[in-house]
Ligand binder design. Structure first.
Ligand code: GDP
Ligand code: CA
Length: 315
């Protein structure tokens, strides 16, 4: 652990895969008490009677070192007996539920039915999985992403998992966001932070739901601290998922400049990949400090290196 940065108080806004890689890197650089992670929950849904929180699970499994690095979601060493049996019975198999993963959904669902809030449930899981950093859902209220497409309005999982992000996106809506309860711990953590990181998560599907919560943009804008985003777009493409496709469908420039431009009002700095050096001047022209480096995290070492560079850049 780097002595120089380990006492910085860092808040991260995160979705699943991109969020988990960034957070896992930061967890290797700063003390666990100083790392506070706000997770997107607008992808949450009910399936087969189970309450599923895909981004919280990806973050949780990654921080507990139980994740499957190949897929980016689910648990390592997973088996699929239940899904096979489900198929035999003609049940839905478009959402992949591993046998071990199911345990998480079963317990979360039972706790939810008993009336426990998602924040409490997440804290229980983190304690039992010995996760040091604080991981919180963005709200305990139901917020649901609805994707308006050329094929009509689709729920997030209908769009993403079932139709493999094929429909053309026209608009994205976060149902329930306006009335969602805010979590005082989140606003306090943001106020106390030495650094706020926007993980290289999908800006439209993972960051925007968090930003749509009451007061969130105001608190972030009011914060005088360093606020840095890492581009999920490298060389005109997303590393994984539909970010680039959505960007072009929403008529944005598919580049780190496009991402920086979209988030600029909330940021003081922006991190993007060496392959995108041609965009450096324009990004700086938005009034942002820039760090150009290798941002593709293929290994845990890459995660730790990028986290270290990000921390050094921030102070
Ligand atoms: P999801 O909720 O699982 O879709 O994950 P996120 O929203 O957190 O992250 C998805 C985004 O992460 C995609 O747009 C990817 O381009 C980005 N991403 C994934 N891996 C990397 C990486 O190693 N480096 C960077 N810069 N972005 C990444
Ligand atoms: Ca997600």
């Amino acid at each position: 652990m780097n002595e120089q940065f380990k006492n910085l108080k860092v808040v991260v806004l995160a979705g699943g895969v991109g969020g988990a890689k960034m957070v896992n890197g930061l967890a290797q650089r700063i003390t666990p008490e100083n790392l506070f992670i706000i997770a997107n929950t607008a992808d949450d849904f009910e399936h087969l009677g189970l309450y599923i929180s895909p981004d919280l699970d990806t973050l949780m499994y990654t921080l507990a070192n139980l994740n499957n690095p190949e897929t980016g979601w689910g648990r390592e060493g997973e088996s699929w007996r239940t899904l096979e049996a489900l198929a035999e019975l003609g049940g839905p198999t478009w959402f992949k539920l591993g046998d071990k993963d199911l345990a998480t959904h079963l317990l979360r669902t039972q706790w939810k039915r008993s009336g426990y809030p998602l924040t409490w449930i997440t804290a229980q899981f983190c304690r039992r999985l010995r996760i040091g950093p604080t991981l919180v859902p963005m709200t305990d209220s139901p917020v649901r992403t609805i994707v308006h497409t050329d094929q009509g309005k689709l729920s997030f999982q209908e769009y993403f998992a079932r139709r493999q992000s094929q429909p053309i996106v026209q608009k994205i809506e976060f149902q329930g966001a306006d009335e969602a309860e805010s979590n005082r711990d989140i606003s306090n953590a943001i106020r106390m932070a030495d650094l706020i990181v926007f993980a290289p998560s999908n800006p439209w599907l993972s960051l925007d739901p968090i930003l749509a919560l009451p007061g969130m943009r105001r608190i972030l804008t009011a914060s005088q601290t360093t606020k840095i985003a890492v581009s999920p777009i490298i060389g005109g493409q997303a590393v994984k998922g539909p970010a680039a496709k959505i960007m072009s469908e929403l008529n944005m420039e598919v580049s780190p400049f496009g991402v920086a431009h979209y988030l600029k009002d909330l940021l003081t700095g922006f991190v993007f990949d060496n392959v995108d050096d041609i965009h450096q001047e324009r990004i700086a022209g938005l009034g942002l400090n820039t760090l150009m480096t290798d941002t593709l995290m293929k290994s845990v070492e890459d995660q730790a290196r990028l986290a270290k560079e990000l921390l050094a850049f921030s102070h």
